[in-house]
Design a protein around this ligand. Structure first.
Ligand code: HSE
Length: 312
């Protein structure tokens, strides 16, 4: 039995919503999984293939085994194929894509014994925070958090004319490193500032006020600290806003910047941010991406009829 899944890139935080907000983007990794008698055969192609281990250390492999452990089934041999499009360790949810893709593919080969909520719990346990994995699993913009030992989540409306520009520096920045610079505590007024901006952001999403979505994206809890790891970040974000973006924030833990634009105004934004970064000595490339609304999908069973999306 073999399956194919397609899993989106994600951007976490959306500015002030640290570890709470995430959005899926129309950029996809494709994973094929087939159960074999024993061992691991793994083929990796695509962006950053040389950075992705094709061994039992691979996160997709671990996620697949996690499902078999959860079901109390013997760990099988695996044939895995990954075609990777999501840049690795750049703040676009590459590890969340690996976790969610592996969990959903394994659940599918086992005929979907685990619910979407159960898969989300496993994904959060593997990733450590819910924002990227919830968006990769469910698609769209998702607010999520742990409440009373359970992961709660709500899908929020995605403004119709929202287009994003992601500007990806050449240099990787692992989330682990980017979390190390965060302080143990913050001033009360900074906490109040972020509470206010998240509240405004949720209100703006609920009413489809795209201008306010951008204006509400001011963060003081993580970006000021992470800036020290990313040369020229502040100036690059400013250049993006000057060129017409409604808001420019760090994508997840960075170093990628994501600019939120009204459809039709996005063309000058990527070049402006990349130019400002190159003046600070950092090479970067950009992509224009729309929000993904579906999350992970099972795109087919190789050589058999296509199947529907996983149980929700
Ligand atoms: N919320 C997480 C962080 C996202 O900012 O560290 C990591 O991708």
């Amino acid at each position: 039995m073999a399956v194919k899944v397609r899993v989106p890139a994600t951007t976490a935080n959306l500015g002030p919503g640290f570890d709470s907000l995430g959005m899926a983007l129309q950029l996809y990794n494709e994973i094929e999984l087939e159960l074999i008698d024993q061992g691991l055969q793994f083929e990796v192609t695509g962006v950053g293939a040389d950075m992705i281990p094709a061994t039992s250390e691979n996160v997709i492999y671990k996620a697949v085994q996690c499902v078999f452990d959860q079901l109390g089934r013997r760990r099988p041999g695996l044939r895995l194929r990954l075609h990777n499009a999501v840049p690795v360790t750049r703040g676009l949810g590459s590890s969340a894509a690996a976790i969610v893709g592996g969990l959903v593919a394994a659940n599918e080969v086992c005929h979907r014994p685990l619910s979407s909520d159960h898969l989300l719990e496993l994904a959060v346990r593997m990733e450590g925070h819910p924002d990227n994995v919830a968006a990769a699993l469910l698609g769209g913009i998702v607010v999520s958090g742990r409440v009373g030992g359970k992961t709660r989540h709500v899908k929020l409306p995605v403004p119709r004319d929202l287009v994003c520009v992601v500007v990806v520096p050449e240099v990787p920045l692992p989330t682990k490193e980017s979390r190390k610079v965060l302080p143990g505590s913050v001033p009360f007024e900074d906490a109040v500032h972020n509470v206010n901006r998240v509240a405004l952001l949720l209100g703006a999403l609920a009413t489809g006020d795209l201008e306010l979505v951008g204006a509400a994206m001011e963060d003081v809890l993580h970006e000021p600290y992470r800036m020290s790891l990313i040369p020229g970040m502040s100036r690059a974000a400013e250049a993006g806003r000057e060129s017409g973006a409604l808001g420019v924030v760090l994508s997840g833990s960075g170093p990628t910047l994501i600019a939120f634009c009204r459809e039709g105004t996005e063309s000058p934004v990527g070049p402006a941010i990349a130019r400002a970064w190159s003046e600070a000595g950092l090479k970067a490339s950009w992509m224009v991406l729309r929000p993904d609304l579906r999350g992970v999908t099972v795109t087919g069973v190789p050589h058999l009829e296509p199947m529907g999306p996983p149980a929700r």
